[in-house]
Unconditional design. Structure first.
Length: 91
């Protein structure tokens, strides 16, 4: 009997605090999910903007190469190693 009363006494504070802690726990869980979703949205937006800028960069390179009849890398002062990345970003 003594063991069960000690067990009940040990559980009593948890049971009493449960209604107080559950809403806070739920809010924290919702916050963490919302923060992760917002971080994903931000990353997708940043990735989209970066892809658009790369595509524009390639378009300018192609225009300059067509206009001046020489390699766009030379025109823009880009190292030759940057050319494969520009082509990959374009398509």
């Amino acid at each position: 009997m003594l063991g069960s009363s000690l067990l009940l006494a040990a559980r009593l504070p948890r049971v009493a605090l449960r209604p107080v802690l559950q809403p806070a726990t739920r809010r924290f869980d919702r916050w963490s999910v919302q923060a992760q979703q917002q971080a994903r949205r931000n990353a997708m937006i940043a990735s989209t903007v970066l892809a658009q800028r790369r595509a524009e960069h390639v378009e300018v390179e192609e225009f300059l190469a067509a206009r001046f009849g020489r390699a766009a890398e030379d025109t823009l002062g880009l190292p030759p190693a940057a050319a494969p990345f520009a082509e990959a970003a374009h398509g």
